[in-house]
Ligand binder design. Structure first.
Ligand code: ADP
Ligand code: ZN
Length: 518
């Protein structure tokens, strides 16, 4: 790996690898197929770009982020690497230059937008590709939050290349780690099982906090004023709101700019450039902003509205503090946000299974918003890391909420799940707990269960809240496709009275009225 260190210094100017990078680079250099899951900002691009330079032949990088590809190509070229990009923005001139380099066998890295893959198939076959690197690999997952149909062509291309005897290594990278998506990536992109690297998802320098939304403008302004002179992003759920928030912040003397897809390309570019180059600019943006922006010293991210899923949340707050220095985040969530997100899911044209999965992803985020203890533990458990201690760097670690011994309530809910074969959604579980006389309960004879009616002391909303806490604590998990509630190993420990649970008191009636079908 000496060569790797030399290149790291020469081409990128870095003295050392970040955690995870070296192992991944080594596996790729050895010729293994690799699936690497690392959080946003961890430094994935280097993991495929560096090995690409260490091997003969061409590496094709598939990425949906055109702006990012352009920047990376420019940076690589500036350091003497033969790199190019083929996207919908590539003019015929540039394309011709790229074809020539391919024919001459000098091109090392070719970035491609997925929609170009089918067009360029023939070209790629004669190019002598030795590696396909797939960035944002979760885009291949049909139930994922970012599905791009063109990603399905990657498998076709791989098969076509291999049918002609080419030895093409496949490497794939993503920040999305839930197990279903991971499985889908492995089956759609790889013909044999890849070596999987699950990078540490923790970004300990990010302070995590949620607040119920009361006066959003005031809450956001107060937060931003505490960070005067620092660069940050305020995410809003609509274009109109980005304008309103920017205007409001400007009145308070903050250099704030709105950014959304409704602005013309030039304005967007100017604002993005100012944000990247100047100090202390605050961008009020829709989620269109951020993908592919390489600014390591973003000091804060505020969500003026609830994001659409756990993954989206972590990706968006993850745009702060990529330099590893402390960064602050705050997410506001209100009843209307939750309703809006549910409506957006219900109104989409997506198939039923996809919509159910989207509701689950939203539920995961709600359980983070309502977590009874360390948010980072809840967040990391969602990404499969259950071994972390309380972090000391989130709002709940700083000021804990009041809890009660919820062991008995938890046992009731968990046993209702187990006794019905872990095949039912939350509403039915709650019907059983509350002893409701519904048609479903009667048909399935669930009124015969010992758990029938043992939870009549809470109403529906309170049970929903408590069960979300069980979920947040990792005692239950929810099947992404069918929405059925399952008991985890930690849940079984509670059921068997080997562990106790502290729960937050269920909320007062007023606050939970319009919370929707959680
Ligand atoms: P990801 O794709 O995982 O979100 P990037 O590849 O965009 O992350 O890298 C995030 C930032 O970290 C970039 O600014 C990149 O230049 C920087 N970076 C990557 N690897 C290293 C390293 N070994 N040392 C220092 N900085 C690094
Ligand atoms: Zn914490």
């Amino acid at each position: 790996m000496d060569d790797a260190h030399t290149l790291l210094k020469q081409v990128w100017g870095f003295d050392r690898f970040r955690p995870g990078q070296e192992e991944i680079v080594a596996a790729i250099v050895e010729g293994r197929d690799v699936l690497a899951i690392m959080p946003t900002g961890a430094g994935k691009s280097l993991c495929y770009q560096l090995p690409a330079l260490m091997r003969p032949g061409l590496t094709v990088v598939v990425s949906p982020l055109i702006a990012l590809m352009r920047d990376q190509v420019a940076a690589l070229q500036a350091n003497g690497v033969a790199a190019g990009a083929l996207t919908s923005n590539t003019d015929p001139h540039e394309a011709e230059a790229i074809y020539q380099m391919i024919d001459a066998g000098t091109l090392k890295l070719l970035f491609m937008a997925p929609e170009r893959l089918s067009v360029a198939g023939g070209l790629l076959r004669r190019a002598g590709i030795s590696m396909l690197a797939i960035d944002e690999a979760h885009c291949v997952s049909q139930w994922g939050h970012d599905f791009r149909p063109d990603y399905l062509r990657i498998g076709e291309l791989r098969d076509a290349l291999r049918a002609e005897g080419a030895e093409v290594q496949i490497t794939a990278f993503t920040a999305t780690a839930d197990e279903e998506t991971r499985g889908e990536i492995a089956s759609k992109l790889f013909s044999d099982a890849p070596q999987v690297f699950l990078g540490g998802f923790d970004r300990p320098n990010l302070f995590l906090a949620f607040e119920p939304k009361a006066q959003a403008k005031t809450q956001v302004t107060d937060f931003v004023l505490r960070h005067e002179g620092e660069a940050g992003i305020v995410y809003c759920s609509s274009r109109a709101k980005t304008e309103q928030f920017a205007e409001h912040l400007q009145k308070k003397g903050i250099e704030a700019l709105a950014y959304h897809a409704g602005l013309d390309a030039e304005t967007r570019q100017v604002r993005q450039d100012r944000f990247t180059r100047e100090d202390g600019i605050v961008i009020c943006a829709t989620v269109a902003f951020g993908m592919g922006i390489d600014k390591p010293d973003v000091r804060f991210v505020v969500h003026a509205d609830l994001p659409k899923s756990m993954e989206a949340y972590y990706q968006e707050v993850g745009r702060a503090g990529r330099d590893g220095l402390p960064a602050d985040t705050l997410t506001l969530y209100g009843v209307d946000d939750i309703k809006l997100r549910r409506l957006q899911i219900d109104d989409s044209d997506a198939p039923d299974a996809r919509r159910r999965a989207d509701h689950q992803r939203l539920n995961a985020l709600l359980s983070l918003a309502e977590a009874p203890r360390c948010r980072r533990q809840v967040l990391l458990a969602f990404f499969g890391e259950r071994e972390h201690e309380p972090c000391g760097n989130c709002d709940l670690c700083k000021s804990p909420v009041e809890t009660f011994d919820g062991t008995e309530d938890a046992q009731k809910a968990l046993s209702a799940m187990v006794r019905t074969g872990e095949r039912f959604g939350l509403e039915h579980i709650i019907s059983i707990l509350r002893g409701e006389d519904t048609e479903r309960v009667r048909t399935l004879r669930h009124d015969q269960l010992p758990t029938y009616g043992v939870g009549a002391h809470y109403d529906k909303h309170q049970w929903r809240d408590l069960c979300r806490q069980l979920y947040a604590l990792g005692l239950t998990s929810v099947d992404a496709q069918y929405g059925s509630w399952l008991v985890t190993e930690a849940g079984w420990a509670v059921l068997k009275a080997e562990a106790q649970v502290a729960l937050r008191h269920p909320p007062a009636k007023q606050a939970r009225r319009a919370r929707g079908s959680g």
